[in-house]
Structures are given as C-alpha cells and as structure tokens.
Write a protein that binds this ligand. Sequence first.
Ligand SMILES: [Zn+2]
Length: 611
Amino acid sequence: MYLPLKAISLIEPPPNVSSLDWLPDNILMPVGTETAGQPFSLAKFPHCDGPIIAFDDPSYREIILQWATRLGKTVLFLSLFAKIAATDPHNMMFATSTKFVAGRVTIGRLYPILDSAVPHLLPSPHKRSMFEIRLGTCTIYVAWSGSVSTLADVGIYFGHGSEIDKWDDADSDEADPLELFFNRFKGFFGHKIALESSPTIRGKSRIEKRRLMSKNHRRYVPCPFCGERQILKKGSRESRGGIKWETDSKGQSDAEVAFQTAWYECEYCLKRIENHHRVQILRDGSWVPDGCSISSSGVISGVPVNERSDKAGFGPLASWYSLTETWGEFAKRWVTAKRSPRLLQDVVNSYMGETWERRQSKTKEETIGQRLNGKFPRGHVPVGVEFIVVGVDRQKRDGGVCPWVVLGHGSENRSWVIDYGMSATLPLVWENAIRQQWPLDGREGMMIATMSGIDSGWQAIQTYDFCAEHPDLLIAVKGSSGDLGGRPYDEKTLEEGRKGAGQKLIHINTDAWEEDLQNRLDTLLANEPGALTLCQEAAFDAELLSQLCNGELKDVVDSRGIAKMLWVVRDKEVPNDYRDCIRYALCLGKVHRDRPKELRTFTLPGRRDAR
Ligand SMILES: [Zn+2]
C-alpha cells in the first residue's frame, strides 16, 4: 500500500530530527543575547555547527567546549533542552557553579528559550519552579556545584554542565562535583553530556582536562586572499601571522592606537585581513580534528588524535571568532591588560579561551616545557622546518634499547622536536623514525628524514654494519671528549683493518653541543631564532623534560689532577638519553648544512629503500 510521507512519520518512533534543522526553526534567542528575538542561526554563530553535529552523532557521549565569552556556548546547549523535550523527552539536568547563577540562567535564559520552542509543555508562569522545570513528559533538574543534594539521586539522559571551571573545588572528604554530575548518567543508554566553560588555570582547569582527553577540534578559517586555512591566533610583533597592530609615534603600544589600527596577518601570504573580511571568513570556517590538516579547498586529511574517543572537544576558541567582535577590540584589551597579571589572566581566560599559566611554584622542567611549547601536534612537521634528522642513542640497559628523537631544522638555527621514542632494536628505529613519513602540520604533504645518526659507543660493530646498509642515510656518531681543535665535529672514514673499515664516523664535540643545547633550554622562546621548540606533547612530558634538563657544567678535577669545567649528568638516577639524542641531532643539522648541495640526499618515500 502506498503511504504518503506524512503518514509514515506518524507511525515511526520519535523522529531523528537533525538539530541543525530543528534549532533555527524553533528557538528564538533570549533577551540579553546579541541577537535577542531572532531565530537561532548558524549564520550568526557559525562555529556552533561542530558541536551540534556532534550532539546528533550517536558515537559521542560527551561534548566539550573550551570557549571564550560571547560565542553562544551556554545558549547553544540550553536550546538542546528544548529540542529533547519536543522530540525525544527524557529527564535532563542543568548544572552550574552557584545557586545564584543557576537562578539567573534559569529565569533569564532557559525559560525564555523553552517559551519560544515548547510553550505548550510549560506550566503556567505562576506555577514555574526555578529549580525543577516540569515539561509534562520530562523534567529539567537545576543543580549547582556547592550543593551535593541538587547533584545527587536523579538519573538523567542529557546534562549540561555550564562554566565547569568555576564550580567549587572538591572538599577533602567529598568527590569533585563534576564526578557527582557524571554519576547521574550511569545506566542511561545513549546519554549525552555537554560541558562548556571558559578556562582557568593550566593543570587545574576541568574543561581543558576533558578537552585533552577528547577528539579535539580547532577552528580553521580561509584567508580571503590566498585561501589557505588557519587557526586565528594572537600573534606577536615577530610572528608570521596573527593579530597585529601599530604602535604610537614613539614606538610604544597604546590601547587606542591598537584599537584603531589592528588587523590580522595571514600566516601564509602575510596579507592584511581586515575587519570587513571577518564575517565571510568566519562563516567559511571548519572544525579540524587535532592531528589532521585541511587543504585550501577544505579537504581534511590525516588521523585524528584520540580518534576513537567518545568525547568530542572543540577549542580553545577565542572571542575573536565572534562575528560581532573586531581585531581592534582584542588589541585594545591586550595592551590595556599587559601591565597587570590579574587583568591579563582575565583576557587570556575569558577572551582568548586559553588556560592561564601560573608563573610561580613551577619546577624548572615545567617552565622550560611551557616556554618552549610550539603547540603543534606530536609527529607533525611545523611551519618553518626545512629538513629533518634523527638522532639515535644506544643504551646497554634493557638489552640495548634505542632512544631516538626526530628533529626539524629551519632558518636562523631554529630546531623543533617533532617526535621521540624508545625502540627495542635498530630495525625498529628504522621503521618508527628513520624511514617514517611525517605529515606537515596544517598543510598537505609529508617529510622524511634526510640523515640519521646512530651512537656507536656501544656494540660499535653492529652499529657500523647497520649504517653500512644505508650509507647515504645513516651515519655513525660518537661523542668526543677532546675539543677537536675547536671544531663542532669531525667527519672521518674508518681506516682499513679496523672494525667498520671504510665507514664514515662523526666525532661530536661534546662540550660544544652541550653548550648549544643548554642555551636553547635556558633563555629562548619557542620558534625564536636559535631555539629548540617542542611539540605539544613533549612540552608536557615530565620524563622527556627531566632528561632534557639533566646536564650541567661543573668544576671537576680530571685524572691528571687539573681542575676544569665539564658537562656532567645532574641527577644520576635519571637517564639523559633524549638529551644525547637531541645533541646528536643538533650536530647532524650542522653536518647536513655543511655538505655541498649535491651531496644532500633527499630521498623520496619508497623509492630508494625496498627492504
Ligand atoms: Zn593568505
């Protein structure tokens, strides 16, 4: 029998209405928002597309927005209460920091949204409770972090945890209020947890912790001139790209001048993206998972970090992604706040949507990690890298484990730690690092190491033999205690009759490269000329950082009784494998640059090596 479409929809279970369609058709923006009285619209909040799609995607249980203010994150999730009540009624919860905020949001935002979308489900105004919203077939419970009782007992299907970084800290004898909130969802098949907040302090921020566990996305927008897509970022006077502004006639930063003159510099073509370009590029934005890149035509490729996570993260997203902001608004705030750490923290948290790094009470290693954090994903080649080398150490312990570091080299002595690891054998280092193809960060294309150096201090013959199999890619290296006549390294061919005869060996001037590395660690900033910049994961990797910092110059007396300064291991309990690998890789950068151009081998993947 033929059934018209309308009739089919009547006999089907609750329809899978797309939220992208439902919200604009049913929600009017509440009073007090920038677009009050108008329908919810992606044209006004284009960055809301990703979270809405994730809400409809059954593979996600949790949606996490680390967003600055004025981006519509609270209203977005409040609107989804109305959609669930209308299309698939279940019990829900709105939870926030304090009773006062809970009341304010319920009265000022939630009821008006429900009034616009599902007025027929609401009780008459004088019967409305502030903390338990009965909607006929379901209830929205309202909770706040200081009250265990509001967060306890009820079971819920959809919950919105709002401004979770402002929730009370857990008392010593109680669970974190966020854990209490999570407990509400147990046993609900298909439940959804929506979390949003502007962040607070790094390491303490709940929203950042959840986001880092998720399949996180960053917002890319296309340059109106060259079309290259990029994350909009603050930038600095020296940086390629970012928000820039003029100084006053004396070369000083001035809030009003900054406000009047600010523009955005494309990191690719360096052209000026002005305020009048903003609306279009923001509407053309796309969310790209961390670990993936997006081409200028908008094609996303690569493997997302935390690919199989059931959490979808979005952020950090700064207020300059709001259509109604201007570049100057940020520039002015930044220049004004720069003199006061308290104001600056507020700009970083509330306007930039980023966590604040506390300066005091950090270990030396943490400080170095944060200062050198290049904020690019591990295993990806950041902008600026011209060629890659791999430094490999060999350790007697664990049957000859091989730590390795993949180091990018760029202009003005810049270097980047792209990846690092421990492999059990040399052939595994070959597979994991030396012949690995490294995707370019944020762009299309791959890179492969041009040269790799392996320490021949232990099991020298095995190392020489391995290097001999790929003489143009691998070279044996060895630390030299002498000063090599002041040269940073010495390259020689092993003589006939010796082990490894005919092989090339590079003697590395230990002191020179210890000093070079120490300079990179001590004072420089990420991406500066001469700096060692770390991938995001390395910057937070306590083990790597402690190894990196495990060297110091000390007064010692040598075997002949002569006092001299010598580089020594600072803490003998901690290995310094990675420090050695990076030293080798820094030296290899110099070796590579010193070679005549025709001897610099650039091997295309798969061509040379068919093992
Ligand atoms: Zn451009």
